[in-house]
Structures are given as structure tokens and as C-alpha cells.
Design a protein around this ligand. Structure first.
Ligand code: NAD
Length: 516
């Protein structure tokens, strides 16, 4: 049962209506978004459509709260206790929020519990533990030549902006909001217009857990207007962005004007290398999992499957046979394995890539269209699709499709597999399948990606850093140092000599005159 008494949404025309959360107030707008269930096209909710004026108000509220200093001067153990209380509330609302997440972005319900809400639970626990253990202040060396004591402090940065995409709204929003808050910052989150509800629900939990007003603000609004305006705002000192590489590049460019600190979590084209000694049952299922989680709408998906020529035909045959056993359908049905894609724009973009793959000469081995018939009259669907005879210069091997499309490539030697795997501007994830762990580890060490899974995929642990090489991003989220990204480092040096004559001043201003 929910322990939250405050409601993030009000009832309007039979559906919940979400407002923005600015300076501790629920703020509505003249215009609104419709949040559509991608499986049924039903209206799930409406949400206020924020403007640049709302963005300014959110930054002003965050700045005011930071300057007042109540939150940033709250001892870390007490900040961690607020996160503990959020954790308890989130756990109590798991079923409700998992269902809302499924209806909002098409995630199969049984996965929604484990990932959409289960991941944030583990991650918030991690950030609370880290807040208690983190070295907010540590001694530097005491140096002898000129006697100094030194101190290194980690301090909050100020107003931190988080920009969140639609694919895992609660998970990715929590990766930004929670460590930023744990470090004592004030936060503005710009949610994606298609999936605004999760961060607004989180606002109620944070407030009820004791977070002062103005410290956490959520604005809605279009990316090109409200998002871009926030990135350019001079009072925003840090931007943590998750989204496409294209927009990430724009964010970095704009942030450069005011030298903001920037963390970018961007796209991927994960190479998945099956070695010739792999356990084929595990590798077949794992390779499906790698590209089909959330209908392929995951940045760190394994979308390029690299098979040794000798295994290729058998592996593909087994993969497709297993794929045919999976059930595509309504995410709220317990038996559903694969849900819809986000909207018509995404569906058409994915189908466009499938057409390009065919034109480029790849072989369509499975899928390739939108399923039709009972259950698919409404909604946005793409059949899981497998291309073989793909070469790494084809666009279906180079560009992020963000849908359930797998490109299968052949290789003849492990060196060749590694060369193909690394021949990409992306570097978010990669995988290796082998029964010889040492051999797989040797390959993993040569792959250029931020997360590598051996005999697994999508295993994102709160204890491990997550982020990208190359154009997949900058910085890391999660892991033991997750708070580093949301803190400034300050060096304090204390002179212990006690006498001016022992300092270096004389090099500049000469020796002090002798006193009588
Ligand atoms: P997107 O880049 O279009 O949008 C992401 C967010 O940025 C949204 O909130 C959007 O409103 C906002 N935005 C858009 N234009 C903006 C601008 N000019 N200035 C500021 N903000 C702007 O991405 P998307 O389609 O929502 O998400 C899919 C992409 O996100 C994929 O490329 C995927 O790989 C990536 N992604 C990466 C990670 C990761 O951790 N590396 C995780 C999930 C998704």
C-alpha cells in the first residue's frame, strides 16, 4: 500500500493530469501533452507542457534553495536518511509504478517490476550507502619542506540539470537526481515529453521524505525549446544528459558557452562476439536478450552479433527458432515477452532502417514488418528482425536503430572479430560468449566500450561505473565514485610554519626589513 499522501496528479477528464513541480509547488500550464499507451494508443495521462518561463522559474527556485543552504548544509548521513525514506516509499509503490511505466512506455509488466522500478530501488540504496561512506573531506599529505597541512573537500556544484529520455524514465532520472541530491546540490530535471510521470511521482516521495522545497524541481517541455534553454541557462552549473548522440553533441556545444560541467550518456551499437567455444544454448538466448530488451529501445543493447563462420548457420538457425517462441503483445499481459515501440515516429524510423538494410544487400532472415491481425489493430509494433550477410560498412551495422533489429556479421579470426567490434564511433557496451573465461577476458580487455559482459548482457550493476567510450558519452554514472560527477573538488592548504621568513614570499616581495 502506498505511504504517499500527496498526489502528483489530479483527475481531469477521466485521466490523471500531471503538473510540473517547481519550488515546492505544483505548477500547471496553458498547454498540455497527451501521454499515450504505445500498445493501445489509449490516453494514459495528460501533462502540463512547460515553457522557457517555467524553466527559468525552476532554475531560480533551485538557485534560491542552494543559496539558502539548508539542504547542502544538511549532514550527509541525514541526506542519506532522506534517500532511505524515498526507498521505502518507492518499494511500497512498486506494483503501481511498474504498471504506470508499462502503460506509459510499453515495457512488459514483468520486466517493468524488475527493471523500471527494481533498478531504481537498488540504485537509490547504493547512493544512500555511498553518501554515508563517501570521503566528503580527506586529508592531503603534510609536506615538510615548507610545513603545510592539506585538506581535500568535495562540495556540491550548485544547480544541476538532468535531461532524461523516454526509454527508462524512472531509472535514468534517478541516476541523475539521486546522486546530485545526495551530494547536496539543487536539481532541475527536464523529463521527456512522452514519459513525464515517473519523475513527478518521485517529487512527491522526495518531499514527503523531508527534502526542502526548491531543491528538486521537475519541468516538462520540448527538448529543442525548454531543454535547450535550460542547457544554456547561466545559473545551471552542471548538465547530466542522457539521450541521442546527436542531441548530446548540441548539449556539449551549448554548455561550452558557460563552461558547465557535462556528463553525457549517449547512443550505442553494441558488438556481441560469440567465440567458437561458447555454450550455444546460453549464447542464443543471451543474444536475443541483448537486442530485444524493451523492443530494442535500450542504449546498451547488443545489436551487432559477430559469429565465427564455422558456427554461423547453426547459430542463426537456432536463434530464429528460439525467436519464434517469443510472444509479442500487450505489455500488461503476463505472458508478453516483447512489447511495442514508443510511437509512430519510432516505428517508421525502424521500418525505414529495415528497408535500407534490404537495399544495402543484407539478407532479411526473420521479421521485417509490423505485425498485423488481432491484438495489433492499434499501437506501434515492429516484428523482431534479424539480418544476416551484414558487413560493417552497412548503415544497419553503423547506426543506432533503437528498435528490435539485429545485424549478424561473420568473422574468421578473433583478431578480425575485435577489429569489427571496435570499428564504430560508439563505445557503450560489448559482449563475449565463451566457456573459457580467461579467453573471453583477453578479448574483453581489447574491446573499446564502457561496459563489457562476458556470457551475459544488460547486467548493469550499481557497484560498477556505467558510461561510454568515444561518441557514446563522457563521464560515468553509478559505481563507487558516482558522487564525483556531482561535486566540485576543493584543495585547502594550511601554513604550519608560523613564520613569514620561511615562506616563498621573498622570491616576489623581497626579505622583510629587520626589526629592532
Ligand atoms: P533525444 O536525444 O531525442 O532526447 C533526450 C532528451 O533530450 C529528451 O528529454 C528531449 O526532450 C531532450 N532534448 C531534445 N533536444 C534537445 C536539445 N536541443 N537540448 C536539450 N535537450 C533536448 O533522445 P531520445 O530519442 O529521447 O532517446 C533515445 C536516445 O537516448 C538513444 O540514442 C539512446 O541510445 C540514448 N540513451 C542513452 C542512454 C545511456 O545511458 N547511454 C540511456 C538511454 C538512452
Amino acid at each position: 500500500m502506498s505511504t504517499v499522501t500527496e498526489k502528483a496528479a489530479v483527475e481531469r477528464q477521466g485521466v490523471p493530469h500531471y503538473r510540473m513541480f517547481i519550488g515546492g509547488e505544483w505548477v500547471d500550464s496553458d498547454e498540455q501533452y497527451e501521454v499515450i499507451n504505445p500498445a493501445t494508443e489509449e490516453l494514459v495521462a495528460t501533462a502540463a507542457k512547460g515553457t522557457t518561463a517555467h524553466a527559468d522559474a525552476a532554475v531560480a527556485a533551485a538557485k534560491r534553495s542552494f543559496e539558502e543552504g539548508v539542504w547542502r548544509n544538511t549532514p550527509p548521513v541525514e541526506r542519506a536518511a532522506v534517500l532511505d525514506r524515498v526507498l521505502a516509499t518507492l518499494a511500497s509503490r512498486m506494483d503501481e509504478l511498474a504498471e504506470l511505466g508499462s502503460r506509459e512506455c510499453g515495457f512488459p509488466l514483468r520486466l517493468s517490476q524488475a527493471i523500471s522500478v527494481g533498478f531504481p530501488l537498488m540504485h537509490i540504496q547504493h547512493f544512500a550507502d555511498l553518501t554515508r561512506a563517501y570521503e566528503w573531506e580527506r586529508p592531503g599529505p603534510v609536506t615538510g619542506q615548507v610545513l603545510n597541512a592539506q585538506l581535500v573537500r568535495r562540495e556540491p556544484i550548485g544547480v544541476c540539470l538532468g535531461i532524461v529520455p523516454w526509454n527508462f524514465p524512472l531509472v535514468l532520472g534517478a541516476w541523475k537526481a539521486i546522486p546530485a541530491l545526495a551530494a547536496g546540490n539543487s536539481v532541475v530535471i527536464k523529463v521527456d515529453e512522452k514519459t513525464p510521470t515517473a519523475q513527478l511521482e518521485l517529487a512527491t516521495m522526495l518531499r514527503e521524505a523531508g527534502l526542502p522545497d526548491g531543491v528538486y524541481n521537475v519541468v516538462t517541455g520540448d527538448g529543442e525549446t525548454v531543454g535547450a534553454h535550460l542547457v544554456a541557462h547561466p545559473d545551471v552549473r552542471k548538465v547530466s544528459f542522457t539521450g541521442s548522440t546527436e542531441v548530446g553533441r548540441e548539449v556539449m556545444r551549448t554548455a561550452a558557452e558557460t563552461i558547465k560541467k557535462v556528463t553525457l550518456e549517449l547512443g550505442g551499437k553494441g558488438p556481441n562476439i560469440v567465440l567458437d567455444d561458447a555454450d550455444l544454448d546460453a549464447a542464443v538466448d543471451g543474444s536475443l536478450y541483448a537486442f530485444l530488451l524493451h523492443a530494442g529501445q535500450a542504449c546498451e543493447s547488443g545489436t551487432r552479433l559477430l559469429l565465427p563462420t564455422a558456427l554461423h548457420d547453426e547459430f542463426v538457425e537456432r536463434l530464429i527458432a528460439r525467436l519464434k517462441t517469443l510472444k509479442i503483445g500487450n505489455p500488461l499481459d503476463a505472458g508478453t515477452d516483447i512489447g511495442p515501440v514508443m510511437n509512430a515516429v519510432q516505428r517508421d524510423r525502424i521500418l525505414g532502417y529495415i528497408e535500407r538494410g534490404k537495399k544495402e544487400g543484407a539478407t532479411l532472415a526473420h521479421g521485417g514488418t509490423s505485425p498485423s491481425g488481432p491484438g495489433f489493430e492499434k499501437g506501434f509494433w515492429v516484428e523482431p528482425t534479424v539480418f544476416t550477410d551484414v558487413t560493417n560498412d552497412m548503415c544497419i551495422a553503423r547506426e543506432e536503430i533503437f528498435g528490435p533489429v539485429l545485424s549478424v556479421l561473420r568473422y574468421d579470426s578473433v583478431d578480425e572479430a575485435i577489429k569489427i567490434a571496435n570499428d564504430t564511433e560508439y563505445g557503450l557496451s560489448a559482449g563475449v560468449w565463451s566457456q573459457d573465461v580467461q579467453r573471453a577476458l583477453d578479448v574483453a580487455r581489447r574491446l573499446q566500450a564502457g561496459s563489457i559482459w562476458i556470457n551475459d548482457w544488460h547486467n548493469i550493476s550499481q557497484h560498477m561505473p556505467f558510461g561510454g567510450y568515444k561518441q557514446s558519452g563522457n563521464g560515468r554514472e553509478l559505481g563507487p565514485d558516482a558522487l564525483d560527477e556531482f561535486t566540485e573538488e576543493k584543495a585547502i592548504t594550511i601554513d604550519l610554519t608560523g613564520h613569514v621568513s620561511r615562506r616563498a614570499y621573498g622570491l616576489v616581495i623581497g626579505t622583510p626589513p629587520a626589526t629592532a
